[in-house]
Design a protein around this ligand. Structure first.
Ligand code: ADP
Length: 475
């Protein structure tokens, strides 16, 4: 199909080319013939004028109103030549015919002065006050010469046209070959061959840029499709384990009649698994909606120190259970953003710090205003992250090997969501870590304003228009 489209494009291009060239050639040909004709006719007129003067000079008036015409010998020879046939006629001013070189001239009366074409002849009429002299000459030779010129030009034009057509065909084929390659690649891509790319090195000039742009788009598409299928596969994989646990638990309970305590224990186990699945599904939903652009972040003034307080408070029971101390030191800093999402961000970071800390561990959360940036630091003295793992911790479903044994095990989505939230707030997130010593996450967000308080003196109440966080939605 691509080939057919290119062929029709090439045919159309050639048709335009041929049409335009023919028009130009015809115009030039007609112009050349016209100019040649005009110049030849002018030459004939000049020649006839000379002869007319000779004839006029050869007329002698005789007494009694008669005239003698005595032409010099070369003029006589001129008017007797067979080809081109020449002639003259002389009239008095009153219109009486004095003399004519041939009796069959068919000139009834003296014409007015000037030059004219009559039939196959050119005639010049000159009046000198007493006489009117007409000298004529057949111009077949001029016409033949012109036809021969037109023929030669038509022949040369046809040859040039054929040669130009051949060249145009080759050039058009060469120029359109990349278009064919591009559409062929796009067709293969649409047919599912995601690795198909346009061969850019064989694609010249502007089409090379088009091919580059298309290849980039194909790369993006390929990546997006791969990411999507990896996401689906990972999500199914992550959901398979809790579903299997749920099913095993229910099967076990239904095998025979159980005691009330056993039923309670089984239901509690199911509830825990369901809670984990709910968290996972929520995370998946957030990322899927973020990918499709459906998830937006609101823009309101949010007291980040209150958000952090809220997050730390929500994790108090977990940190107590794990004997991990969480300390916070915060300046009152306001940012512009979505309080729910910011709470989610801080919760994910503090939760990780608690989960990946050993018993009796210490987690510090600090909020400062650095320049015009609200800076949140979450530091722990936990298991740390290997240098090889560091670049990948924000990838979806990525879990470091060292973290796999930690309970409660996550699905590797917390940091991916955190990164998305930071990006949506035009901020930056970074992590430094030393295996076995601890980890620090630093989040920088554009600050809205600072209330100028020293850390540790307790947060002031929210300013009018600022939002305190009401609830926590944990992932
Ligand atoms: P998870 O739910 O597994 O914690 P995250 O996306 O939150 O998923 O984190 C990705 C991985 O990064 C974790 O599995 C863990 O290996 C590592 N990680 C994140 N935070 C810490 C931390 N504070 N200390 C050590 N490792 C961490």
């Amino acid at each position: 199909m691509a080939e057919r489209a290119v062929r029709s494009l090439r045919t159309r291009l050639l048709a335009w080319y041929v049409g335009t060239s023919l028009l130009v050639l015809a115009t030039v040909g007609v112009a050349v013939c016209w100019v040649t004709w005009q110049s030849r006719v002018s030459a004939v007129d000049a020649e006839l004028r000379v002869q007319a003067r000779r004839v006029s000079g050869a007329v002698r008036a005789r007494p009694g109103g008669a005239f003698d015409v005595e032409l010099p010998s070369d003029a006589t020879a001129y008017f007797q030549q067979a080809r081109p046939r020449t002639y003259y006629a002389v009239w008095t001013i009153r219109g009486r015919l004095v003399d004519q070189s041939r009796p069959d001239l068919g000139l009834p009366a003296a014409p007015v002065s000037g030059a004219r074409t009559r039939g196959a002849s050119r005639e010049v009429i000159v009046g000198d006050g007493e006489l009117t002299v007409l000298v004529g000459r057949q111009i077949d030779d001029v016409r033949e010469e012109l036809w021969s010129l037109a023929g030669t030009m038509a022949l040369a034009g046809t040859g040039a046209m054929a040669l130009a057509l051949l060249c145009a065909w080759l050039v058009a084929s060469r120029a359109l070959a990349p278009v064919q390659r591009i559409s062929e690649t796009a067709r293969r891509m649409a047919g599912g061959e995601l690795s198909a790319r346009v061969a850019v090195d064989r694609t010249e000039s502007e089409l090379g840029q088009v091919a580059d742009a298309l290849n980039l788009a194909f790369d993006r598409l390929h990546e997006a499709l791969e990411r999507q299928s990896r996401f689906t596969a990972d999500a199914s994989h992550e959901l398979r384990t809790p579903v299997a646990m749920l099913s095993a638990e229910v099967d076990w309970v239904l095998m025979r009649e159980r005691s009330a305590a056993e039923y309670r224990e089984a239901l509690e186990a199911c509830s825990r698994v369901a809670a984990r699945m709910r968290g996972l599904v929520q995370s998946l939903l957030i990322l899927a909606r973020a990918d499709s652009g459906e998830l937006s972040v609101s823009r309101e003034r949010v007291r980040l120190d209150l958000v952090i307080d809220q997050a730390v408070e929500s994790l108090r029971q977990l940190s107590l259970d794990r004997c991990v101390r969480v300390e916070s030191a915060m300046m009152p800093v306001t940012v512009e953003g979505d309080s729910e999402r910011l709470l989610q961000l801080v919760t994910n970071l503090v939760l990780n710090a608690v989960v990946y800390s050993p018993p009796d561990g210490l987690v510090r959360v600090a909020l400062t205003l650095e320049g015009n940036e609200a800076t949140v630091r979450v530091t722990d003295r936990g298991i740390g992250i290997e240098a090889d793992d560091l670049p990948r911790i924000f990838d979806r479903f990525y879990r470091c090997t060292s973290a796999r044994t930690c309970e409660p095990g996550g699905a590797g989505l917390g940091l991916a969501i955190a990164k998305w939230i930071v990006d949506a707030h035009h901020g930056a997130i970074a992590c430094t870590s030393e295996p076995g010593c601890g980890t620090e996450f630093v989040v920088r967000l554009p600050a809205h304003q600072a209330a100028g308080r020293v850390p540790g003196t307790g947060p002031p109440p929210p300013a009018p228009g600022e939002r305190a966080v009401q609830g926590l939605s944990r992932v």
